[in-house]
Design a protein around this ligand. Structure first.
Ligand code: MOS
Length: 694
């Protein structure tokens, strides 16, 4: 990559530019966008997991004062495309999963809409449903590819032969729970239809993605669809693509044309309508010689998708790039069930997919009598094991060594169950992290000179709480060689140049590169002293280095775990993450991303589990009373550190993406520390107390 930016504003500990508006409550989130005289929508959801609606009695709802309309599959506007079954809202009587939309009420107030929706009576022809994932199912199938477009299976050498001949081996099954994204701001769409024009105030990770996907479903000219999202209260992938509620809101807006319709999902509704992380069953085989050098690695994954639409989590993908071994195999098999559609959740694939292998590495270390850090160092590859390409930068060994120093790894007992403190068993554990550097093609940026040395910089990017408002301002300042106070950033609107989704930790790479390109074009055309109104465009350029290097962020996760000997209660008083993430644009917002990722990983390790009732096919604990996410009392000292430097090939900023790496490996580090504390190897997440009681 040529043309690295000289970091001046980049790297500065700048406070969030949107911080004041947020803490004073003046930053408009989707539901708060000022629209005149809005109507409100409340959905009716299926109470069976498979079958069809045979009759609906809507009179009681329709006749209620304040109700404007009741939508069912019989009277809802027809969509132009039903190709995406998740988005084919109210187009047929079929029910594909419990919780699917089967109707909706539009009313003068949210309370009337909700009450009226409860008065809609639905009769069903129920069919037997099938919602149980297991590795023994005979109908498991290999998808054509896994998310977003990786090969389903890979194989090199002779895994079984090497495994049989190995001095040391581990062969175990690891399982991760069904878990749900729960961003603070619920999914919300405010839709206003005027003639053939549609405006959506949407809580989304990408305004242009919403437009691109939703316009053809509704049969609208994309140019007449405007999507606005200046502030978003978290997404973690669940707002990375529009789900059915966006289509339902737009349909309702068509029915009450000229009047805006507000639709905010309830927390309970989110558990069936906005995606989730599939449970995984991971068979891992590791074989090594007497020195702990890996001779074979196999990772065979079974997971679920929805019968109505496929999503194939790339769970075995990270295994393809982590450690050197001549014989390697990865596979993915899916069960298509009568369940909601799974989707992205922070580090899809890499997050669950590093749990099995990184616990297996800990088991191999024990079996070989080698320190788990030393084992990882010995197996660190010189080139990407999958592609054979050199890494653009890979400082995993440095992360492990620096982490060991900071965490106090020296003197750690090689044997488990060696330390007791006042009734608590104490242990420490480590795991590696990896996350690919994605660059999405197709972002564009516009720069215009304002008065008094100021510049307007526009790009349809999203700030989902990550700090985009601040970091893109810093990048624009350096690209134009002015101070951050001279930049007037505009994001979150399809009126601005096209921007790719805030997903795959690709935002800064994709959008930042487009801004740098626009700034260089601008300076080439107008020099350092432009006239007011001078303007230039730019876009994310191709990066020829992307073909020549394997690009990943890396990290080392450390945890100290205390397990109560008599009750199995588990506590994590101390965690450390050391990351190789290239140049850090803003240490304040970056630290927050790493902390958030590690906290979410801790939450996955200890608490998060969406409990399915197979009799009805729904998630029982679909609220915050029963679905526990790590709270303050669960989170103690988390220390975040990153290696200084930059990636010379990634992008003009030298950054590698930080939104997701923090969650990868965390749960394995906690599980490994729990083993070290207790001598009990738990291979099933979450690590609840019962699993530590003999
Ligand atoms: Mo992230 S799960 O790619 O939004």
């Amino acid at each position: 990559m040529t043309g690295l930016l000289e970091p001046r504003a980049i790297g500065a500990d700048l406070v969030r530019l949107d911080g004041h508006a947020k803490v004073t409550g003046t930053a408009p989130y989707a539901f708060e966008q000022p629209v005149e005289n809005p109507a409100y929508l409340h959905p009716v959801q299926a109470t069976i997991a498979r079958g069809r609606v045979s009759a609906m009695q809507v009179a009681a709802a329709r006749d209620m004062p304040g109700v404007l309309a009741v939508l069912t599959h019989e009277n809802a506007p027809r969509l132009a495309s039903t190709e995406d079954a998740e988005l084919a809202v109210l187009q047929s009587a079929e029910v594909g999963f419990r919780g699917q939309f089967v109707g909706a009420v539009i009313a003068e107030t949210p309370e009337i809409a909700r009450h009226a929706a409860s008065l809609v009576h639905v009769d069903y022809e129920e069919e037997p449903h099938d919602v149980s994932l297991s590795a023994g199912r005979v109908d498991l199938y290999a998808p054509e590819q896994v998310n977003p477009s990786f090969p389903t299976d890979t194989e090199q050498g002779d895994v079984e032969g090497a495994f049989a001949a190995a001095a040391v081996r581990v062969e175990e099954t690891y399982t991760t729970a069904w878990v749900h994204n729960n961003p603070m701001e619920p999914h919300t769409t405010v839709a206003l239809r005027e003639g053939a024009s549609l405006t959506l105030y949407d809580s989304t990770q990408g305004v242009h993605s919403v437009r691109t996907i939703v316009a053809p479903v509704l049969g609208l000219d994309p140019e007449r669809v405007r999507v606005i999202a200046p502030h978003v209260g978290g997404g973690f992938g669940s707002k990375g693509v529009p789900h059915a509620h966006v289509v339902l809101a737009a349909m309702a807006a068509q029915v009450v044309a000229g009047r805006a319709v507000k639709f905010a999902l309830t927390r309970q509704q989110m558990f069936s309508l906005v995606g989730y992380r599939t449970p995984t069953i991971q068979r891992v085989q590791l074989a090594a010689d007497g020195d702990g050098r890996l001779t074979a690695i196999a990772h065979d994954v079974v997971e679920q998708t929805s019968r109505i639409k496929e999503f194939a989590e790339q769970t075995a993908e990270p295994t393809r790039h982590m450690y050197a071994a001549p014989n390697r195999r990865t596979t993915h098999r899916l069960a298509a069930l009568d369940v909601p559609v799974p989707s992205w959740m922070r580090a899809p694939g890499d997050c669950p997919g590093m749990f099995g292998p990184e616990v297996a590495m800990d088991e191999l270390a024990t079996a070989a009598g080698i320190d788990p850090i030393e084992l990882r160092v010995r197996n660190d590859p010189d080139t990407d094991p999958e592609s054979g390409l050199p890494f653009s930068s890979r400082r995993l060994v440095e992360c492990l060594r620096e982490g060991a120093r900071r965490f106090g790894w020296d003197g750690r007992s090689p044997a488990p169950r060696a330390r007791r403190e006042a009734g608590w068993l104490v242990g420490t554990g480590v795991a590696s992290s990896v996350y690919p550097l994605y660059r999405m093609p197709g972002s564009a940026a516009h720069i215009r000179a304002l008065s008094a040395g100021r510049y307007s910089v526009g790009i349809g990017a999203a700030d989902i709480g990550t700090g985009t408002w601040t970091t893109l301002t810093q990048i624009a300042a350096d690209a134009l060689d002015v101070g951050v106070e001279n930049i007037d950033l505009r994001i979150g609107d399809t009126e601005l140049p096209n921007a790719t989704v805030a997903g795959g930790s690709s935002g800064i790479t994709s959008w930042g590169s487009a801004i740098v390109d626009a700034a260089r074009t601008f300076r080439d055309k107008f020099g350092a002293d432009p006239e007011e109104g001078d303007e230039a465009d730019g876009s994310t350029p191709d990066n020829p280095d992307a073909e020549r290097f394997a690009m990943y962020a890396f990290g080392a996760q450390f945890a100290e775990v205390h397990v109560r000997e008599d009750t199995g209660e588990i506590r994590v008083p101390r965690m450390l993450g050391v990351f190789d993430a290239g140049r850090i644009i803003n240490p304040r917002t970056a630290r927050s991303q790493f902390l958030g990722g590690m906290t979410m990983g801790l939450s996955m390790a200890l608490h998060e589990q969406s409990v399915l009732d197979p009799r009805f096919g729904h998630i029982v604990n679909h609220d915050f009373a029963d679905y526990h996410i790590a709270a303050n009392a669960d989170v103690a000292a988390i220390d975040v550190h990153w290696l200084d430097g930059y990636d010379p090939h990634a992008n003009p900023m030298g950054s590698k993406g930080i939104g997701e790496i923090g969650i990868v490996g965390t749960a394995a580090a906690v599980a490994n520390a729990a083993y070290h504390a207790t001598g009990i190897r738990v291979r099933d997440l979450p690590l609840t107390a019962d699993k530590f009681l003999g």
